[in-house]
Write a protein that binds this ligand. Structure first.
Ligand code: DI6
Ligand code: FE
Length: 408
């Protein structure tokens, strides 16, 4: 960071239009705005005219020439660490097979498990970086990364270690989530309960002992684990002091949203089949609904998540890529916003909040990032646009001018 001026670590971005995302409705727009940061933290974000004079003196100042500044984008649900890809299954599905048929035929998640187990930690990092770079190129400053293709203690640890290494390789904040209860590995020989014993009794404690995960996730679905099995995983996570989140109601309604809410989950994700009871429970618990249009689009789901129910009940909505090799090989958060708007009728304001403020909330990071407010990390995306709607409207076009992570 530039310490050439009198005040070390002090930087200013002026002549900007801000979408601070600070309030719970709208974009909190400031015309003629300025952001001041010191040592990586925002000390002022607001109107140029109102800035305390002391912030502006002798400081390295960037003229934004009227460009828009939003909070750095946050992808709060990814399975970014994996090996190989599943283009072959994509071709099978194009020929008529469904995602569930591919999974039951031994493809699906299990084929990624085989590839990940065969890869070294270094290979995982190397294969993940291009995907991370694609996100970063569009202004992402925080990304969540799940395990779930290891499915035994050593391989879950390997993939979480690879995830933990990403923020040493790139200027980005990484939050890791242990998704050991993702699928049944071949060696479990069909015994889901015994595998859940392994997850709760061995895998989670091993991961907690090395502080490899910031949260615990599960896949509650007919092709994965039952609500009772997920509850055992969540009980262990709670005992270990780890927050939980859940892949819920993606392909059927097993009342995963309500289960997640019951455990005070940070978020419940997917939610295509969630009912009103689930939405009400989430509202009451403050569990964020993470909307994942990439998977909906890619597996040609037809049931849409009940966005209107979430609005009516006041459930906060995040939007994320779900980047993974099977159901959402998507590494564009901008395109994801376009899908959330076009496919689910989310508004521009909801989409932008979904990849900033609400995504931060879904990661338990709202006190640190996700809005442009004093005290938060100076994570900024500076855009060559005339109005914020352009970020949602375009498809396959990247108007990012500059990205600032922790003031740099
Ligand atoms: N739901 C999904 O969409 C991904 N995981 C999950 O629980 C799919 C992951 C994969 O197919 O590899
Ligand atoms: Fe997912």
């Amino acid at each position: 960071m530039g310490g050439a001026n009198g005040k070390s670590g002090f930087r200013l971005w002026h002549n900007a239009r801000l979408a601070t995302m600070a309030e719970s409705a709208g974009l909190s727009i400031v015309e003629k705005g300025v952001i001041a940061a010191r040592d990586g933290l925002i000390v002022y974000a607001g109107a140029e005219a109102d800035m305390p004079a002391s912030f502006g003196q002798g400081v390295e100042s960037v003229d934004c020439e009227g460009r828009w500044i939003t909070p750095g984008l946050i992808d709060c649900h990814t399975h970014l660490v994996y090996a190989g890809n599943r283009a072959n299954e994509f071709e099978m599905r194009l020929a008529g097979a469904t995602y569930e048929e591919v999974a039951r035929a031994g493809g699906g998640i299990i084929s990624s498990v085989k590839s990940l187990r065969a890869a070294s930690e270094d290979q995982l990092v190397a294969q993940t970086l291009p995907r991370l770079d694609a996100l970063i190129a569009e202004g992402v400053t925080t990304v969540e990364v799940k395990s779930g293709y290891g499915l035994d203690a050593d391989n879950e640890k390997k993939s979480l270690r690879a995830a933990r290494r990403l923020d040493g390789e790139r200027p980005v904040t990484v939050r890791t989530t242990c998704l050991a209860a993702h699928a049944l590995p071949p060696e479990a020989k069909g015994d889901k309960d015994a595998f859940i014993d392994l997850v709760a009794g061995t895998i989670l404690p091993a991961i907690a002992a090395e502080d490899l995960a910031d949260a615990v996730d599960g896949f509650c679905e007919g092709i994965a684990f039952s609500p009772e099995q997920i509850a055992r995983v969540f009980d262990k996570a709670k005992a270990l002091g780890l927050p939980v989140k859940l892949h819920a109601d993606q392909l059927s309604n097993l009342h995963g949203a309500a289960l997640a809410a019951h455990y005070g989950a940070l978020s419940a994700d997917h939610l295509e089949y969630t009912d009103e009871e689930g939405a009400a429970a989430m509202a009451k618990a403050g569990t964020v609904a993470t909307i994942l249009p990439g998977a909906y689009y890619f597996i040609r789901e037809t049931k849409k998540p009940p966005v209107d129910l979430f609005r009516r009940h006041g459930v906060k909505m995040a939007v994320a890529t779900d980047s993974n090799p099977g159901t959402s090989p998507l590494t564009s958060l901008l395109l994801t916003m376009n899908m959330a708007a076009t496919l689910f009728g989310m508004t521009v304001d909801e989409c932008l909040a979904g990849v900033t403020r609400e995504a931060a909330r879904a990661l338990g990071l709202l006190d640190k990032t996700g809005t442009l407010e004093a005290g938060k990390s100076a994570d900024l995306a500076i855009w060559d646009i005339e109005r914020p709607a352009e970020l949602v409207y375009r498809m396959g076009f990247n108007p990012l001018h500059a990205r600032i992570w922790r003031g740099q």
